[in-house]
Design a protein around this ligand. Structure first.
Ligand code: SAM
Length: 273
């Protein structure tokens, strides 16, 4: 079924568990998402600036089974599903996703830098895992690639979210698994990196084709960062229902000032302070 127009190419500030139930069956062409990790994550990396905010639903995984069922329901037949995860919650993600989908690979995103973690007692983490699965049967586009994907991380000075993903990596996955104009769903969109990856003008190669996107994110602060950091240039298409009103007055003023600066300077995306 077709997805209603008001979802498409918009960054919705909402609870995805509620919003997904409203989507019709078989209405999107790809799910590409980076869910809460289930480990109550907060990066220790930054020292010069305040820590980036913790995010919702990160201390538990009781939502996982129903969420996978919803992913399966809204995805069209013969389509792909990519889900970021970590080594310590991989078993839960594998178990639930394989109940519905056929898991084809565990992809490894190899970063140019490493995270902090336990500085003396553990190896420095330099990769993330992505469960790659299919509903039905579908070939990957282009030439055969390795299951290890090297890609530079978002520089920490430009990061607006503790687990922000590089749009170049997301774009690579999108291009392997969709055709131009198909619809990509990210229900845990954070700062909207998946939306940026769908827009060819954000990328160096002008021959790249746009995909459409549907983004859900519960935290208005992250939605605002996405809007200011690139998606904001399509302001008319973006909905942030009432969420600004929930922010404390000081933060609200800062966000508005930043947004005006971003509009004046097109070179600002994701490099905002
Ligand atoms: C791992 S982060 C995604 C970061 C994103 N990939 C980026 O590049 O910015 C997961 C996101 O899911 C959001 N989230 C958690 N529960 C949610 C819910 N019920 N509905 C929508 N978003 C939710 C969190 O606020 C967080 O921003």
């Amino acid at each position: 079924m077709d997805i209603p127009d008001h979802y498409v190419n918009r960054f919705h500030c909402c609870d995805c568990f509620e919003e997904l139930r409203k989507l019709p069956d078989e209405c999107v062409d790809l799910v590409l998402t980076d869910p809460p990790y289930g480990i109550d994550y907060q990066s220790n990396r930054r020292v010069a600036r305040p820590k980036l905010p913790k995010f919702e639903n990160d201390g538990r995984l009781d939502w996982l089974a129903e969420w996978v069922d919803q992913m399966y329901r809204v995805l069209k037949p013969d389509r792909h599903f990519y889900c970021f995860t970590r080594f310590d919650t991989y078993p839960e993600f594998y178990r639930e996703i394989s109940r519905r989908f056929q898991i084809k690979n565990c992809l490894i995103w190899r970063k140019n830098n490493h995270g902090s973690g336990d500085l003396n007692g553990a190896y420095a983490p330099q990769y993330e895992m992505i469960v790659f699965a299919v509903k039905g049967k579908r070939a990957l586009n282009g030439t055969r690639e390795s299951d290890v994907l090297p890609c530079d991380n978002v520089p920490s000075a430009q990061r607006r979210h503790a687990t922000q993903k590089p749009k170049e990596l997301l774009r690579q996955l999108i291009e392997k698994s969709t055709e131009p104009d198909e619809i990509v769903l990210d229900p845990f969109a954070g700062t909207g990196s998946t939306g940026l990856a769908c827009m060819h003008k954000e990328l160096p190669h002008s021959d790249r084709q746009e995909r459409r996107y549907v983004l859900f994110e519960i935290n208005p602060e992250f939605v605002e960062h996405g809007r200011v950091g690139g998606l904001g240039r399509q302001e008319a298409l973006i909905e942030i229902p009432k969420c600004e009103r929930k922010l404390p007055p000081k933060q609200r003023t800062a966000l508005r000032t930043n947004r005006v600066r971003a509009r004046k300077d097109e070179t600002l995306p994701l490099a905002f302070s």
